[in-house]
Design a protein around this ligand. Sequence first.
Ligand code: GLA
Length: 729
Amino acid sequence: MRRTALLILFFLVSELAAFSQAVHYLPEHKLWLLSTAYSSYAMGVSPEGQLQNLYWGNLLWRPEDVPPAAQHRDLSSFDPRQMMENEEYPGWGGPRFYEPALKITRANGNRDLVLRYQSHRMAGNDLEIVMKDIRDDIEVTLHYRVYPQEGIIRRHSTIQNRTKDSITVESAQSATWNLPPGSGYQLSYLSGRWAAETQINREPIQEGIKVIESRLGHTGHNFNPWFAVDRGNANEEHGSVWFGALAWSGNWRISVEQTPYRQVRVTGGLNPFDFSYPLKPGETLDTPEFYGGFAANGFGEASRLLHNLERREIEPHGAKARVRPVLYNSWEATEFKVDEQGQRALAEKAAKLGVELFVMDDGWFGKRNNDHAGLGDWFVNKEKFPNGLNPLIEYVNKLGMDFGLWVEPEMVNPDSDLYRAHPDWVMNFPGRPRSELRNQLVLNLARPDVRDYIFSVLDKLAGDYKIKYFKWDMNRIFSEPGWPEEAPAEQRKLWVQYVRNLYDIIDRLRAKHPNLEIESCSGGGGRVDLEILKRVEEVWPSDNTEAFDRLRIQEGFSQAYAAKFMSAWVTDVPNMNRRSTPLKYRFLVAMQGALGIGANLNKWSADDTKLATDMVTLDKRIRHTVQEGNLYRLLSPRANDVTANQYVSPDGKEAVLFAFRHSQQYTTDAPSIPLQGLDAQGVYKLESIDGKMANRQEEISGAYLAQYGLQLRLVGDYDSTAVLLHRVQ
Ligand code: GLA
């Protein structure tokens, strides 16, 4: 309600006052004000010509509150003014020694770069500010796009060498985000490792630099390119939160810096590690897009803003995209032992459960009987599929399901025909070992011939077979990232060009096969970021499908990414970490994303099958609310015996509450759970899926539910339930 009122107010105000257009310029102050329904962002040019950040935070209504950009005074010969000014995009030059947004070397060794405002262009919600070095024609265009309703600003930079000599870019950042000067801030970020991705960390920001990054070639399991900063007092519902997500699936870096002058700046873009990018005269370098926002109402609101942005502006079909279907994947059931008969048997059982998309995982191609051979040989294994894939696909389609196929196009096993034919296609340093991980090597996608070959392989598969969905895997990090065919000075471009070519392959594939859908998997959540999300319908958050572990992984995932994109399977127990949770618990955990089943259906009892069929039916009733709705994280698995999440449909008419109990201490009731996102004046009809709700009234007001909450009878270990709410008044 409050949000709707704010939105209406925002648009009223925009009608009345010119300054609240998304992008507004006050020429007398050389000041730009970018406005969203939730936040304002202001920049100005100082008398010296420096572009300074002047404001980022809650929505402003009075532009004259923002002071024009000023020139500071040196504090001492150790504390020059340049170190105290909130520069919007600092070059490395003059007496500046904080994290630069851009660092270059000229052909003659000169490395000084001081950027000054040059000109700007505005069009609709876009603003471009051109900066130029004080002496040379080295130009940087800062791009801003405002998403007024989503409360997000997108930034990136284009660096252009307009001089007559080559320059080498040594650090190219997308943006520096300046916070209001102060101390006592807190940083939230996501870290982890294989099978334990997206764990939330919160820690004080103190003087110095904290770096999260990937040097691994892909987005990485160890950190995800998302941050949130608050004043040390925010929680899910309250407090100012500045947040951002960097859109890049290669080496990236976000540094969070508190200077001795109480400045807090977040700088992110291409990782300067092993980076060197020559630009010949006239050439340009585009940095990744960095999305940033401000939420006045806690981490929950920050996440919801990002989720809305992803669903409306990032995902391939945007608002027109379909709700994710229920998927079955054979991997944990069969591993590499796939064949037509086995897949048919699983498909029959999956169809009976109500599955809509049947995906055959690894093992169907080349000599792929284990992970030692076959990667690169993307032709059907005749022993496993003597009649090719078509009979299976037709059968799956006849059962009413779409067909999906696993591929790992970026890789080769040394034991493959492709590698025997093209040993030079993998990234390598001549004369050095080629480190294998999972017995495989990484193809150098930066090479145009490799890029085109990979495209042709996938294009052929998508053309020859009725494939609705590729599960696109990437199962190792880079090593020996050499590109010997290029001149030595150009070789480090591999880090960037690899990623661009990956995007290019997917873009061409999608353009040619518009109905094709793709899942991004990288040994679990190794490639989850906003740029890959522009090209895929789902991402695989973790190879760890154990339901209790998943609660934490999903909690972290949901900080940055919407439930819709989160592929979530129900698998068999005891799972990889030897824990056994009930089937219902596993379903309810997975139904908080895009539901999938990855179990061995041949082993399921009649009771399991009945329960699963009911849960799939339930999923189809609630998935619109879960996937398209607003998420409220009510109780965190990190801090509580009971974990609870609530999803409210975009129109506010439906809601669903999921609750999980880890381990009850005998005689201790679960706490009542106050709900969020409901209209206090509304009345809701309650529907428990299993009679575990203690409240007896059929209809309850939003006011009561928000204050007193629901009482659930969650007992013993790994108990779980869900309650559906339908607004009746
Ligand atoms: C990776 C994926 C799994 C599965 C295997 C197949 O580990 O994350 O889901 O596809 O590869 O080899």
